[in-house]
Structures are given as C-alpha cells and as structure tokens.
Design a protein around this ligand. Sequence first.
Ligand code: AOF
Ligand code: ZN
Length: 368
Amino acid sequence: MTDQEYMLRAIQLAKKGEGWTNPNPMVGAVIVKDGRIIGEGYHKKCGELHAERNAIASLTESAEGATIYVTLEPCCHYGKTPPCTEAIIEQKIKKVVIGSRDPNPKVAGKGAQILRESGITVVQDFMREECDRLNPVFFHYITTKTPYVVMKYAMTLDGKIATKTGASKWITGEPARQEVQHMRHRYMGIMAGIGTVLADDPMLNVRVEGWKSPVRIVCDSSLRIPIDSQIVRSAKEYRTIVAYAGREENEEITEKIERLHAKGVDTVCCPDEKGQIDLKKLMTYLGNEGIDSILLEGGGTLNDSALRAGIVKEVHCFIAPKLFGGKNSKTPVQGIGIGLPSEALKLKCTDICRIGEDIRIICQVCEK
Ligand code: AOF
Ligand code: ZN
C-alpha cells in the first residue's frame, strides 16, 4: 500500500466517529511497519481516547521504528486525556505523517514540534485537503467558540418549500429524508422558527436506532410556543432551548417562562434593538453551552435572518423533481430581498448528487 492509501484508511476510520466526537474532531490513525498495518484506531467519542492512543492500544506487535499516519496533528496537552505525543514517543515510533494542522491554541504546531525535538521525522500537510474535509465544524468552533451553522431546506424544482395552503409533507422522497435524519445525528443542535413549530408541531429528533438526537433550539421572539406542543412535551427527553426577545419584567412572559422551565425547557433572552432575536448573540450563548454545530431547518423568515446575521456557513439544498406553483407559495429565503443581482450572497458549490429521485446541492457561503 502507498502513503496515500494508508492516509485514506485513516480518513475512513475517522468517519466512523461521525456524530459522536463533537465538539471534538473526527480523527483516524494507522500504524505501519515493514509495509503492514500493525495498528489502527479512531476517536470514538468526545472524552474518550484519541485516535493515536486507540491505534496504539490495538497494536499487534512493537511499534518501534514504525510510521503513524494520523489525520490531525497529534495533541501535546493534558485535556480529558494525556498528550498523544507522549504515547508516540514512548512507543519509539520513528515517523509521523500528519494530514490536518490543529488550530486548537493548546496544540497549533506545538504537537509537531515536540515530536521533531524527540528525533521523530514529521511530515505535515499530507493530503491536508482531504483530511481538512473531515472537520470544518471543529476548525470553526475551536477558533470562534460559536456553532458552525448549516442551513438545510427541501424545495420543488420551481423553488417552493410548501404549497399555497402551506402544506409541505412531503417534498422530497424517503432516501433524502433519511439523509436529513443523518444530518440531525451529525450536528449537535437543530434550529427552527416558531412558524414551523406552530404549523407542523414537529419533534425535530432522530428516529433511527443508533443515531443521536440533537439539542432542539426554537427561535420564538414573543414566546408563542404552545405548552402542549410536541417539542415542549418531550423536553425532558431531548434538551430544548427556546430563544426569545421579550422583556422578562412582563408578567405574562415571566409566567410562560416558569411554565416552560417546569416542562424542562431552557430559555434564553437575546433581543436586538428592534425587539427581535439577535442571532449572533444567540450563537455566542449556544457556543458557550458547548454546541459546536447547528442544522438550521428554518422557514423562509428565519433563513433570511440567519443569512443576514452572517451566521450560516453551509447550505444544503434538496430539490425534488416536482412543481408546486402559486405566487404566494413559500420559498426558502424570504425577507425583503435585494435590489440587484450583483448584491447577491455568493456561495461556492462543493457537491452535487442524486439521492433517490431528488437532487442535493451543497454550497459553502463565501466570506465577505
Ligand atoms: C480528540 N480526538 O483523536 C485527537 C484530538 O479534551 P481532550 O483531551 O479530548 O482533547 C481534545 C483536543 O485534542 C482537541 O481539541 C484537539 O485539539 C486534540 N486532538 N482530539 O478529541 C483525537 N487527536
Ligand atoms: Zn491526542
């Protein structure tokens, strides 16, 4: 096998941690000696052993003189686990091939430096782009402490997210909806607006065995969420945060908050100067709560606010090959819109594929 193949194997292993490692990165490692893989591992769950230590634990023979291929620079700090650099040095591994650089200020080049100072050969940036693709969420969160927001919506080929009556079940087919369940597992939070809650009374959970459900975040400026909505009723089972923009002195609001708290719902007040929810402040709050990523399943109004607030990093658009028509039927991004095509928010398309009968387009939002 070639160096590339060993690193591809490490990437493949890293992906097994998808959804479980947050807010930590997905990392994979392969240990090779005399052209044979003698150990491999990946980071399985936040708080548990890192990929390098799992690979070492799986060794079938001494790793003295071996090479380790690891998708992320090994750590050199005492966190929830001791430094991986120490384990690599102890094992007398002689070469470390690294994919991504670790922007964590506690590591950031120091891991590679410590290894070099111990006489180990270090190769950096090997298949870096492929390895970086594993962890856009981690890179964003560790440097900004705010969640990485992915806006997702499903629309018809004529750009509608509902019919003229507001009905939207279903636009895409079963395979695309299964993919959305997987996205909910992958990201730590899911965010919707009160409009969606009132219209659909959704659960916003994951209904697949072996996948986890996200923390549910509802943007509800004036706390209209019904106490008997499915979300509120299941708040003791799935963590739920309702963001609002009202003033807490208001008696009606205070009483509603108390009732929500009694049901297990957390509330956070994040008003902007117009009395609406300040999404940037909300992201700072959620980041401090340890939420590294959010799947935004908003309607047109919340999507527009999120884009205007500049919090969206990626857009996943599912397109169903059908037409709804209707000049008042809802579209994915509403608000007041822009005047000129040149004022458009620019995206970069990174993937297009077919999922069942539907099409999925993934785009990154370009930095302004
Ligand atoms: C992981 N898994 O396989 C690697 C990580 O809090 P700790 O001790 O788990 O440390 C987390 C940091 O360790 C993380 O932010 C990253 O910088 C580094 N590498 N983390 O969870 C791994 N290799
Ligand atoms: Zn480590």
